[in-house]
Design a protein around this ligand. Sequence first.
Ligand SMILES: [Zn+2]
Length: 110
Amino acid sequence: MAGGNAIRGSRVGAGPMGEAERGEAAPRTRISYWCANKHETRPTFAHDAAIPDTWDCPRCGYPAGRDREDTPAPPKTEPYKTHLAYVRERRNDADGETILQEALAKLRGQ
Ligand SMILES: [Zn+2]
């Protein structure tokens, strides 16, 4: 705890000069976060700010955690999306099958 600073800050905090001084003196904490791709992000926080457990990696968008060896899992694709993609894939396969059968029929017809 920076008790001395707090007392001094409350005393000079009445005017604009006090605010400037307080802003300069505010200690900042630099926290390292690692995402699943081992990108390191080091945002700074005011010493009295709440430090979040995770931080979005600015490079790949994955969530990054404070433990380098235990990074948060990459965001999972929603089941609904996966299902849609699966149906779309199957439909494309079916189309491909039709085209293949038509091609085979032509080949056999020749
Ligand atoms: Zn990343």
